[in-house]
Ligand binder design. Sequence first.
Ligand SMILES: *[C@@H]1O[C@H](CO)[C@@H](O)[C@H](O)[C@H]1NC(C)=O
Ligand SMILES: *[C@@H]1O[C@H](CO)[C@@H](O)[C@H](O)[C@H]1NC(C)=O
Ligand SMILES: *[C@@H]1O[C@H](CO)[C@@H](O)[C@H](O)[C@H]1NC(C)=O
Ligand SMILES: *[C@@H]1O[C@H](CO)[C@@H](O)[C@H](O)[C@H]1NC(C)=O
Ligand SMILES: *[C@@H]1O[C@H](CO)[C@@H](O)[C@H](O)[C@H]1NC(C)=O
Ligand SMILES: *[C@@H]1O[C@H](CO)[C@@H](O)[C@H](O)[C@H]1NC(C)=O
Ligand SMILES: *[C@@H]1O[C@H](CO)[C@@H](O)[C@H](O)[C@H]1NC(C)=O
Ligand SMILES: CC(=O)N[C@H]1CO[C@H](CO)[C@@H](O)[C@@H]1O
Length: 521
Amino acid sequence: MIAYTALVICSFLVLVTQGKIVNYPRPSIYSASKVFTLSANGTEINTIDYAGYDYAHLAMDAGHATTFSLTATGEKEISDLIVSPRALKVNAKTAGNKLTFTISKPQYLIIKVNKVKEMVILVDYIENDAPQPKASGIFNVLDYKADNTGKTITKGIQTAMDAAAKKPGSTVYVPAGVYQIGNLMLRNHTSLYLAPGSALRFTGNIADYDLIFSKPFTGVGRVNGTWWLQTEFYSTDIKIFGRGTIDGNGYNSRQNKSMAHLVVPVGTKNFKYDGPLIRDGSFWTVVPTQSEDAYLANLKILNRKDVTQNDGVDVIESKRVTIRRSIAIGNDDNYSAKTWEADNEVALHYPYKPLPNQDIVFDDCLAWTNCYGYKIGQGVVENQDNVTFKNSAVYNAGVGIGIHHLYGWATASRITFENIDVEDQHGNSGGVASWIALFINGTSKRGVGPVTDVLVKNVRARKQGSREGYAQGFNNSVKLSGVTFSDVFMYTNKTPATSLKEMNIVRTEFSEGIKFANTKN
Ligand SMILES: *[C@@H]1O[C@H](CO)[C@@H](O)[C@H](O)[C@H]1NC(C)=O
Ligand SMILES: *[C@@H]1O[C@H](CO)[C@@H](O)[C@H](O)[C@H]1NC(C)=O
Ligand SMILES: *[C@@H]1O[C@H](CO)[C@@H](O)[C@H](O)[C@H]1NC(C)=O
Ligand SMILES: *[C@@H]1O[C@H](CO)[C@@H](O)[C@H](O)[C@H]1NC(C)=O
Ligand SMILES: *[C@@H]1O[C@H](CO)[C@@H](O)[C@H](O)[C@H]1NC(C)=O
Ligand SMILES: *[C@@H]1O[C@H](CO)[C@@H](O)[C@H](O)[C@H]1NC(C)=O
Ligand SMILES: *[C@@H]1O[C@H](CO)[C@@H](O)[C@H](O)[C@H]1NC(C)=O
Ligand SMILES: CC(=O)N[C@H]1CO[C@H](CO)[C@@H](O)[C@@H]1O
């Protein structure tokens, strides 16, 4: 009896302490990493070979100390190691070519071992809202003749979506498999669920899509573009969720002079995005445009470093947009907020006249880019007010954080960079190479406008960058005014900077009202 009780207690303990690890299937169009193997608590995790870095996507229960083991198969031993975000202080141990570390909370991590390309480990929370493929209100695309082999361009997902739209509140279910699709119009009051192991793939050829915009690229000529997954104009309550992959096939597309914004909530209200992995964008990738109350979480954007202007998230002329728990990797700006003139070639099909950007939050993000990590601009044609970047890290960038007020007459105001760790820097972005660049420039043709009220708070700059930092206006009537630095820590310093010079902010012409408000000393 006593023994029996002990057994019951024991198995009860096991029940409460055992968490779950979910290894997401690798879609058939991808292959395993050639340089890494990964396991979590002994479960082998699928890795994916990619350009410039490799990655793996899995989920684990929070609150369970889970041990990851990453092996760099071609190395003898690990002599150099970075685990980013560094602020997590992940305690990694190495033995030969293997490294192990334990985390208790799902995290997005970038790991650099010796000179091997980076490994990006994307650990999500376990899904708690995955629909059942056969439940009522679920429109399974396989019932609508979708081809999940990737061999033909399939219309089945749109057909299922249009059927779902007739019953507002329905969900279109995309099971594992590869789907080559044309434009997908997301309908009013419907959700799109991408199951683990599913991958939507852009064909790479603009002839398969509606031509929505076009833009010249230096040395390339005009490239035609589309909005791939787009909400209906004047819609509400549209959602994209799940753990599948949205693959922009961007590198090939651009070889073919084709491009796309991949995920475009445009002219919509109450849009939600939660979970699917986005890769290989060919142009600005996730582009909330003229929308209100958009919430994008667990947003993973894995772009290539050899495709230009493949920004991660660009929030355009929208109100109350929150990006939370996100990683974006690419060549161009990762997280940026922009506004345009009505006749700008990218803006010709916007539903409304130009609108301001207002009340935008980027929270808990990780950026890796050749341009700016977190940025306002370029494009301040309409006002940009109350934009906050917080609790985030820059693994590596040309410029860590910044405002580049170029193009436009309007004002950028109440811009906050708070609790940001600029870990490293490389190269330069348009000649600027610094942890911070707040500056205004412009042309007589496309205008010039002021920047006011900037707060840079609790920021660490582990590198200052190879060139001068900026807090610079344009001229005596177009100024950068009201910049507060509060607890900016340079390098590994334990005390915050008390002068611009200490922060390498050298270019300060036409700025006023710069002050320090340190709370730590
Ligand atoms: C990983 O293993 C440890 C030790 O057995 C356990 O405590 C933890 O719950 C496991 N993690 C998950 C997510 O199951
Ligand atoms: C872009 O679209 C225009 C208008 O349809 C067309 O004339 C042009 O040939 C296209 N360019 C490319 C590179 O596809
Ligand atoms: C979407 O539904 C809302 C009602 O919630 C309605 O006002 C709106 O016109 C609909 N939009 C479209 C594009 O059908
Ligand atoms: C460009 O488009 C053509 C026609 O669809 C296709 O055959 C070719 O594979 C594409 N090229 C690339 C690099 O994707
Ligand atoms: C700024 O935007 C955030 C996020 O939408 C909002 O919570 C906050 O109230 C706004 N602040 C002001 C002063 O409007
Ligand atoms: C913008 O500023 C940069 C850096 O000061 C400078 O090199 C560039 O010429 C300026 N561009 C314009 C259009 O003013
Ligand atoms: C500042 O530049 C703007 C735009 O070029 C111009 O209109 C304005 O007159 C300039 N102000 C001064 C004081 O030079
Ligand atoms: C799309 C876009 O605005 N790209 C620009 C981002 O910023 C870099 C440098 O700041 C520019 O070179 C890009 O053209």
